[in-house]
Design a protein around this ligand. Sequence first.
Ligand SMILES: [Fe+2]
Length: 347
Amino acid sequence: MRNDKKLILIVDDEEDIREILSETLESLDFEYLTACDGDEAIGLLDQYHETIDAAICDLKMPKVSGDQVIAHGAQHYPLIPIIILTGFAQLDMALDHMRLGAFDYMTKPFRVKELLLLLNRALEFRQLQEDKIAYQNTLEERIEEATQALHNRVVQTVSSFILAIEEKDRYTQGHSKRVSEYSALMADTLKLPENDRLDLLYAAQLHDIGKIGISEQLLNKPGKLNVVEYETIKTHPSKGVKILEPLDFLGNLLPIIEAHHEWFDGTGYPRGLAGEKIPFMARIIAVCDTFDAMTSERSYRKPLPLKIAIQEIKDGSGSQFDPNAVDAFLKVFEETLATRMISQGSP
Ligand SMILES: [Fe+2]
């Protein structure tokens, strides 16, 4: 475990200097690591970069020189301030190294007061950098949260239109909500990444939004539809896309919503897409959507018994539905849905 003492890496090929620096740092309540050349220094940086707070580095060393240590540190561990310790007091040389990424420089022989001052300044600078990064991260998180909350609100608002339509017809009440719940269970079973999961839930909630553009009379018509009426109903996926198009952040959902009535074998609508051409989320929604339609009451029939509905889903595997989506749905059904629906009175 890390204590409160700051850890300083000392890099110098002269043993005397390393010793003086070590003793001085110890007396000032610092901890230290020492390296006798650039090679060793780079190795220590690579190994302990998470615990090294700052480095003091000589320039002229055999094999790997101080500039290479500075360049390596600046490239890989920019938060670690490196103070150059050099016998070459030329200002232009020190400035060159500061351009390489060194924090500051100190000339040999050094004074303890100067060393402490420089180290404190370097550590303060580092703290500021860390605070800045933490602040930026928090800010980004907050913006992300606020954007997500805003998106959620917009989706809820848009969903309320579809809810309003469903509420007018007792046979479709709660359909989108249930499809969305089933989709959430599918997302868990399929272990979808968070982004895909969100797309799926939004798309499930909004999949029938295009019904806004279809007359209530036709939507709620009891009994069989004639050819023209059926063709009109079939326009709702594309109408949904038109409605949502202006909402940029829902762009991902449009192909899903448009394809929720496509069949895996290519005989669905509106485009007759087949197999993998149908977005995967749409293939998931298709199963949930059909299952809910079968297990809800309709004006022309009672809800189908769960056994029959499940058999229909199994029978549709490979023709109407993606077999993978069917398998996942069967798993969801066995593990969660069956018990829940039976306890809620499903036949
Ligand atoms: Fe639909």
